[in-house]
Design a protein around this ligand. Structure first.
Ligand code: TXA
Ligand code: MG
Length: 348
């Protein structure tokens, strides 16, 4: 199959929407990352999404809507806290998990009795969902285990020949997937996956916000987790990745002993001139949390293209959007993290 590249014009949105209604899959731009979209209510279309990604069947898909009114039919009920969160953060990078209704097939939900719903902010995603006239299931558009695509070209690199079309909506603004939450009770939110909507922001709507321990810790094989995606190795480029914690001086000192061919630093912008002066091959990924979130998935792909064998990433802090970047890098690194300040090397 040839993968057609579509553009954000009325005709090509209509073509992409037709494909969705016919039970096909389409690459869909969102403000977070590109997704692989299909009709959420069509089990055979959902099967194609799992097959194209090589995704384990127990990992549920997020269902996307383009109007808050389309949420109600997908879930058993919408508690007041969930509605307040939606009104504050939608359209935007927040996925809210609630018990699902019969309208969501079991296969879409990875066999769970819940469904995560999101109303994306990207105008092309909204136009596509509205034109299709159905709720749209969409996991990130990468092959399972690879970095999420933040451009149409990245998605094509993973999916060429495996899906009929990709709608090109430009580069994703956030660059990191949505914040995934569930409600523990009437006033409590639990973050299963951090994203651009931060725990600090959620706290302005919910009385209690907790971050699930699996966000920052390794999930041991066999553990029952609230979000099946947490247990898989994720976001990994071909290169081996090590996350390096410590301030600039410690990072540079550590990198001074990693200057072999194939060794690269993924550093903050301010580190770049110092790395270069010390003969350390490096690529900068930003100087703010938001810039790093937008850049790191594509930087990991660029480092693969540059032939990197081992990438040492200067670890971001874990406040605000930094938590989302840290969480993805930790998984890309397979939990290989080095603390340069205590000079202890090894895995958690
Ligand atoms: O920003 C995003 O969320 C992107 C765009 C395309 O919307 N989508 C995305 O989907 O990242 P995916 O499938 O790559 O990641 C969804 C994560 C997985 O870790 C999955 O296990 C979790 O959310 N998830 C989805 N539905 C869930 C549910 N009902 N219960 C628990 N976890 C759920
Ligand atoms: Mg994903």
């Amino acid at each position: 199959m040839t993968t057609e590249m579509l553009h954000f014009t009325p005709e090509e949105i209509a073509r992409a929407a037709d494909l969705l209604r016919q039970g096909e899959t389409v690459g869909m731009p969102t403000e977070t990352v590109y997704g692989l979209a299909c009709d959420a209510g069509n089990p055979s279309a959902v099967k194609k999404v799992f097959a194209a990604k090589g995704r384990p069947a127990d990992n549920p898909l997020i269902v996307h809507i383009a109007d808050i009114a389309d949420w109600k039919p997908l879930v058993k009920e919408i508690p007041p806290l969930a509605m307040r969160l939606a009104e504050r953060f939608w359209p935007g990078p927040l996925t809210i998990i609630l018990p699902r209704s019969e309208a969501v097939p079991a296969i879409t939900a990875g066999g769970l009795d819940t469904v995560g719903v999101r109303f994306p902010a990207h105008p092309a995603a909204q136009a596509l969902i509205r034109a299709a006239g159905v709720p749209v299931a969409a996991p990130s558009g990468n092959r399972s285990g690879s970095p999420s695509p933040t451009t149409a070209a990245h998605m094509l690199a993973d999916m060429d020949g495996r899906i009929p079309a990709i709608l090109d909506g430009g580069s994703c603004i956030c660059g990191v997937e949505s914040t995934v939450i569930l409600l523990d009770d009437a006033e409590s939110v639990r973050v299963l996956r951090p994203g651009f909507v931060t725990p600090e922001q959620l706290q302005t709507v919910a009385a209690h916000v907790t971050v699930d321990p699996a966000v920052l810790a390794r999930v041991e094989p066999g553990t029952v987790v609230r979000s099946p995606g947490m247990k898989y190795r994720h976001y990994a480029p071909n290169a081996q990745v090590t996350l390096v914690e410590g301030d600039q001086a410690h990072f540079l000192a550590f990198m001074a002993s990693h200057r072999e061919a194939g060794e690269f630093a993924l550093c903050f912008d301010a580190d770049e001139p110092l790395c270069k002066a010390a003969g350390i091959r490096c690529l900068p990924y930003g100087d703010t949390d938001e810039a790093r979130a937008a850049a790191f998935f594509s930087r990991l792909r660029e480092l693969d293209d540059a032939g990197a064998a081992h990438v040492y990433v200067r670890a971001p802090h874990t406040d605000g959007v930094g938590l989302a970047v840290f969480n993805r890098l930790l998984r890309a690194a397979g939990y290989d993290i080095v603390s340069t300040e205590s000079s202890e090397e090894g895995e958690w």
